[in-house]
Design a binder for this molecule. Structure first.
Ligand code: NAD
Length: 371
């Protein structure tokens, strides 16, 4: 099917690019990508789940553009040095040149890894993101943050490298497991919570139909989220200030991901959703917002069938002290002090330094006790 295509321009001067959003974009990938090419060939890196499902469609969509492809194992564990170096060496063996274009075809794991590989390959080649998960479409494919994980923590090795084009084909989300769709929805909700109460209202009304496959609802959710992200990235590409708002829920999330070993026990977007609920709980405890706000956040996550409490994470979790120590590895630590994104209400997030850690500990202890 091909229908409406929305274009969100990310105005970053010499690094500006378009995010195209719509059903059927993979079928017209050749037309979309051709203007970027010096010669008619692209190197595509995907994963072993997306490849068998969608690579033939991409090859057909590229038409007379020659395509070589590498499939890496699916999952977060791929986002480390071994698969990264495999990807870079493969790109070199495929003789990808400075003026060629690399395509990241997959979820956030592939997008982050391939973006980073493109940033360092021959000191930087252009790359196109074709995100295939909801999370990647609404968040990770836009904004240029690329990288891999270290044993010391998530995303600690990387580069800021903007894509040359993003093609978000919402039809490709049709093969996504419901759990992966909902994990991505955690990032969608985040946009409403951080800066757009009317969007949160819309999500309360239309989130369930988006989850059930309604393409018009999916298109609106993706386009609105991408627009919000693009506007923030334009104003603060290098995260000197406002871009940090996009990390709502992430300080808690990264600690929980580390505590669960970046495993299937907790997907990144699930951690974001739980982290947002905790950030609102913390805000309320600090007297910044009403009790109604965290209740409404949790009610919506529950209505969507999403994880929203620590009790929803299977298996053991460490205590509050250990979780706080894990937060200390977060990239958002400044001068050894944790930085939180808090909220004065739904759609009213702000960056907070010097948060009273005793209150953080209480919120975590109570959340853990609720398990
Ligand atoms: P993912 O890439 O692991 O994809 C989730 C699963 O869905 C994988 O098993 C994948 O094979 C499968 N999949 C992907 N597309 C599919 C499709 N169309 N049909 C069926 N299965 C499909 O994970 P993700 O949730 O997309 O991304 C998470 C990663 O993104 C994390 O590493 C996180 O750190 C990163 N991230 C980066 C940014 C950024 O700004 N760069 C922002 C948010 C998250």
């Amino acid at each position: 099917m091909s229908g409406r295509i929305d274009t969100v321009h990310v105005a970053l001067g010499a690094r500006a690019y378009d995010v195209r959003i719509g059903a059927g974009l993979i079928q017209r990938a050749g037309e979309e990508i051709r203007p970027l090419l010096r010669r008619p060939r692209v190197a595509v890196i995907t994963d072993e789940t997306v490849g068998p499902l969608h690579l033939d469609a991409l090859r057909a969509g590229l038409g007379d553009i020659a395509m070589t492809a590498l499939a890496l194992p699916a999952g977060e564990a791929t986002k480390g040095w071994p698969e990264f170096s495999r990807a870079v060496e493969w790109l070199l063996s495929e003789k990808v040149e400075r003026k060629d274009v690399v395509v990241a075809f997959g979820g956030g794991v592939i997008g982050d890894l391939v973006g980073f590989a493109s940033a360092v390959l021959r000191r930087g080649v252009r790359f196109v993101q074709i995100p295939t998960t909801l999370l990647a479409q609404v968040d990770s494919s836009v904004g240029g943050k690329t990288g891999i994980n270290s044993a010391h923590g998530k995303n600690l090795i990387g580069a800021l490298h903007q894509p040359a084009l993003v093609l978000a084909d919402i039809e490709v989300l049709g093969t996504l497991a419901p759990r992966d769709f909902l994990a991505g929805y955690g990032e969608v909700v985040k946009y409403g919570l951080l800066g757009d109460a009317a969007f949160f209202d819309w999500l309360e009304a239309h989130g369930p139909s988006a989850a059930q496959g309604d393409l018009a609802a999916r298109q609106h959710a993706v386009t609105h989220s991408v627009t919000m992200k693009a506007r923030i990235v334009e104003r603060d590409e290098t995260e000197e200030g406002e871009r940090a708002l996009l990390n709502l829920g992430h300080t808690f999330c990264h600690a929980l991901e580390a505590a669960t070993g970046y495993s299937d026990r907790l997907l990144h977007g699930e951690g974001v959703a739980i982290g947002c609920a905790l950030a609102f709980e913390l805000s309320q405890r600090l007297g910044l917002c009403s009790q109604e706000a965290p209740s409404r956040v949790r009610a919506h996550l529950k209505a969507m069938g999403m994880k929203c409490d620590l009790a929803d994470i299977p298996g053991e979790l460490p205590g509050a002290e250990r979780l706080i120590a894990l937060m200390g590895q977060d990239k958002k630590v400044v001068d050894g002090r944790l930085r939180f994104i808090l909220a004065r209400g739904i759609g009213e997030a702000f960056v907070a330094d010097g948060v009273d850690m005793a209150v953080v500990r209480t919120v975590l202890e109570e959340a853990l006790a609720g398990r």
